[in-house]
Write a protein that binds this ligand. Structure first.
Ligand SMILES: Cc1cc2nc3c(=O)[nH]c(=O)nc-3n(C[C@H](O)[C@H](O)[C@H](O)COP(=O)(O)O)c2cc1C
Ligand SMILES: C=C(O[C@@H]1CC(C(=O)O)=C[C@@H](OP(=O)(O)O)[C@H]1O)C(=O)O
Length: 386
């Protein structure tokens, strides 16, 4: 079983992930992980923290001469901001006399529910781990998963389809073209005409002390038929993908294929008819199902969309109550992102890659890459005979 654990506070010394269950002999590139970490840090609308951090991974175990050994892989990302927080986030000793205790919970963040649940007087003990800083480790483990998927020609892409009230609209081209255009965009949109409008909107919203959310789409190509299973709800690939995407901070909705729009259409306008030809085998002309039927991949590209709510920390804060005095509190300004939808899209790709790698190994798993390739080849031959 492929699994991971992450640890680390936003302003602590480092973030750590341990990945266990990778096969041996998988070519492993640190540079590819760093590239994904870099992608997550891009995107117009982020706050001052992204100018401090330059995320780079250090591998602590499990890899030798550029290949996995089938043992746990440790990934560490240093928090450069730590040096500004060493006193306030000290692991030992007593709190400094001038420590600023956080007592003002922000609506929309984990602050209030977390402080009550964990019986904390200093909300910092909640927000440090609730923070989306942890998404750097998700991108790192996703980058490892991608290296396994790549071996089987499975690729994961994303682009932003809505940002606040702006809809990017219909975009023509293959998913590879669309993703390549999004890669060039400061807000990960594939329609250059919308880029400026979105950037102007983010500027305006920032000036007003407000924040924005949006919707991104993740597409996976090269997925074989048969990942996931209809046999139990927790084995359905769609349920696992939805769970993984909802696990990202600020994601409030997930759609697969036509998603919510399917509910508004007639059946004949939703379901993908089945055809067969000698060269192509079974095929479809449409992909309303987003590559998943019965929780099983059907060989079409997987298409998932996730909705991100606007960032909760506002420069013009919403009404709330100081937990120490119980008084309504006055505005206090904190460093924050105004919009992080482009970054969330990269995190969405990463968790999608992770779930696919996990399902892939469940079906074709072996202790070495060669064993998995054999299993995969045998299965493909069986499918071709049907
Ligand atoms: C990439 C990314 C960056 C984020 N940046 C911020 C931020 O700067 N300030 C903030 O208040 N929330 C930010 N968030 C959202 C909060 O982390 C999130 O809303 C909070 O943890 C509460 O969790 P929930 O929204 O899932 O309920 C960000 C989320 C993501 C995915
Ligand atoms: C650090 C990251 O995102 C952070 C997510 C975040 C939050 O509350 O979720 C709050 C901000 O942190 P800070 O308070 O240090 O400015 C973001 O910068 C990151 O993406 O690497």
């Amino acid at each position: 079983m492929l699994r991971y654990l992450t640890a680390g506070e936003s302003h602590g010394p480092q973030l750590t992930a341990i990945v266990e269950g990778l096969p041996a002999n998988l070519p492993f590139s640190v540079e590819k992980i760093n590239h994904q970490l870099w992608r997550r840090q891009q995107g117009y609308g982020r706050g001052g923290r992204m100018r401090i951090e330059t995320d780079q991974v250090k591998i602590g175990s499990g890899v030798r001469f550029g290949k996995t050994m089938g043992t746990p892989v440790t990934l560490v990302i240093e928090n450069r901001d730590w040096k500004n927080w060493e006193q306030r986030m000290s692991i030992e000793g007593n709190p400094p006399a001038d420590l600023e205790v956080v007592t003002k919970p922000r609506p929309g963040h984990a602050d209030l529910a977390g402080a009550l649940k964990y019986d904390q007087e200093d909300i910092r003990n909640v927000l440090e781990r609730a923070s989306a800083r942890n998404t750097a480790t998700l991108v790192a483990i996703g980058a490892v998963a991608r290296q396994l998927l790549e071996q089987f020609n499975i690729h994961v892409y994303s682009h932003v389809v809505e940002l606040g009230p702006v809809k990017v609209g219909a975009i023509s081209g293959t998913i590879e073209d669309i993703a390549a255009r999004a890669e060039q965009s400061q807000v990960r949109v594939a329609n250059p005409e919308k880029e400026e409008e979105i950037i102007e909107l983010i500027k305006k919203v920032r000036k007003e002390g407000n924040s924005l959310g949006g919707i991104f789409e993740v597409v996976v190509t090269g997925v074989p038929v048969g990942l996931g299973s209809y046999s139990m709800p927790d084995r359905k690939l769609d349920s696992r993908l939805a769970g993984a995407l909802m696990g990202i901070q600020a994601i409030k909705g997930v759609e697969i294929g036509l998603g919510f729009d399917a509910a508004r259409r007639l059946g004949s306008d939703v379901h993908d008819e089945i055809f067969y030809s000698q060269d192509r085998g079974y095929y479809r002309d449409t992909n309303g199902a987003g590559g998943l039927e019965g929780g099983v991949s059907n060989g079409q590209p997987i298409v998932v969309r996730a909705a991100m709510k606007p960032i909760p920390t506002l420069y013009k804060p919403l009404r709330s109550v100081d937990m120490a005095s119980k008084d309504a509190y006055e505005a206090s300004i904190e460093r924050s992102d105004v919009c992080a939808v482009p970054a969330a899209a990269v995190v969405g790709e990463a968790v999608t890659a992770w779930v696919l790698a996990q399902s892939f190994l469940e079906k074709f798993g072996g202790d070495s890459l060669e064993e998995i390739k054999n299993n995969y080849g045998n299965y493909q031959a069986m499918v071709a005979r049907r």
